[in-house]
Design a protein around this ligand. Structure first.
Ligand code: GDD
Ligand code: MN
Length: 370
């Protein structure tokens, strides 16, 4: 008896769709992509961060009848950029597109992008700002302004020459992502910007204008934390990746904690006439708790501790910060002993020392991956 094994070639194009609570949009999205790519060999990979609305169930229901549709369900993790990267790395297709799951991106661009790549381009960007297009009605005034500021910052600071580096809609040769996958930031929204900034040799790029539509159903997940992450990404890239994005956020939170500390100290000491020593101690506890909570919800939003882990995390955070304070005071004293003419410099060195220490130690202890 002879057995025949039939093999099927992998697809030419993978459309990666990051999703968080997009249950109401996936069926229509798949339908539209199927139509527009009817004659092509493609797959659609949804990367869902365990959406509470059950987006992954909806996707897998569709996938039962169409093996071109796949779902990568990530548990215990959040992050648009990270989801996109994993989707790309899960595919073997030579070309990969990133597209939002809420139908704001015009899927009819996909064949045009593919043709551009087949013709030799390495990156095709769906751009909302190429001259001759409206910015689209999908952004409100404030978002539009924020987007403009971010765009010009990115252009100037990173020397990126795209009309719309903030776009979340593009197609790229997979190998170009694979090459820099390890150095891409998993937090935040700005994966295109990061990809372009991280590529050693500039990518041969074409830009294709499109109208950014309004969201079909559900709500946007872009919030203030995403904006802070973006600013952090800029600084991190400017320093050549030397300073990690998380550290910058951690240091920023630490600086705001100082304000909390001083406010608490003043209130307790001056208003409630608590002795200075006790006021200082209480203010320190308040500031540490504040820092922990803010770091837990912003800096480490992807590893957010809850319940018992939250309490254990808080305790380790207190312990680490106490050592951090020791380090701070010893370094400051050391420098001050050596040269007492600029006490502020000694103080600053101490502060930097303790934030580096606190960051490294809490990164390894408090928010370690269990
Ligand atoms: N897996 C996963 N994890 N997906 C996410 C997450 C997450 O943490 N956060 C958002 N998404 C998915 C959404 O479900 C949606 O499919 C897509 O990512 C875009 O998210 P939106 O919340 O709709 O973002 P937006 O419309 O406000 O932002 C868009 O425009 C920006 C420029 O103004 C996106 O295209 C951004 O990439 C783009 O930078
Ligand atoms: Mn959207």
């Amino acid at each position: 008896m002879t057995y025949f094994t039939t093999t099927r070639k992998g697809p030419e194009l993978a459309v990666i769709v990051p999703t968080y609570n997009e249950r109401g949009n996936v069926a229509l999205l798949v339908e539209r992509v199927r139509q527009v790519l009817a004659n092509l060999d493609f797959e659609i990979i949804f990367v869902d961060d365990d959406s509470p609305d059950g987006t992954h169930t909806a996707v897998k229901d569709i996938a039962k009848d169409d093996m071109r549709v796949r779902c990568l369900r990530r548990v215990g993790r959040r992050g648009l950029a990270g989801a996109c990267i994993e989707g790309v790395l899960a595919s073997s297709a030579p070309y990969v597109a990133i597209m939002d799951g809420d139908l704001q991106h015009d899927e009819t661009l996909l064949p045009k992008m593919l043709n551009a790549l087949r013709g030799g381009a390495e990156l095709a960007v769906g751009s909302r700002y190429v001259p001759g297009t409206e910015a689209g009605n999908g952004l409100n005034r404030v978002r539009q302004w924020g987007s403009d500021v971010a765009t010009s910052l990115a252009r100037r600071a990173l020397g990126i020459n795209l009309s719309d580096p903030m776009s979340g809609f593009f197609m790229v040769r997979r190998e170009k992502v694979e090459a820099v996958a390890g150095s891409l930031s998993r937090e935040g929204f700005k994966i295109l910007l990061d990809l372009v900034a991280s590529s050693k040799v500039p990518l041969k790029t074409v830009e294709i204008p499109f109208l950014f539509k309004t969201r079909n159903s559900g709500v946007s997940k872009l919030d203030s934390a995403v904006t802070v992450q973006f600013l952090g990404l800029l600084v991190s890239k400017l320093t050549g990746g030397m300073v990690p994005l998380r550290f910058l956020m951690f240091a920023f939170v630490g600086a705001t904690g100082l304000i909390v500390h001083l406010a608490a100290l003043h209130t307790l000491n001056a208003r409630f006439e608590l002795a200075f020593g006790w006021s200082q101690l209480a203010a320190t506890m308040i500031a540490m708790t504040f820092n922990f909570i803010v770091n837990n919800s912003f800096t480490y939003r992807d590893k957010r501790l809850k319940g018992v882990s939250f309490v254990i995390g808080l305790l380790t955070f207190y312990i680490v910060c106490s050592f951090g304070t020791l380090a701070n005071v010893s370094v400051a004293n050391l420098i001050h002993d050596y040269d007492a003419s600029i006490p502020l410099l000694a103080g600053l060195a101490g502060a930097i020392m303790s934030s580096v220490f606190n960051y490294a130690a809490t990164n390894a202890l408090t928010w370690r991956n269990v």
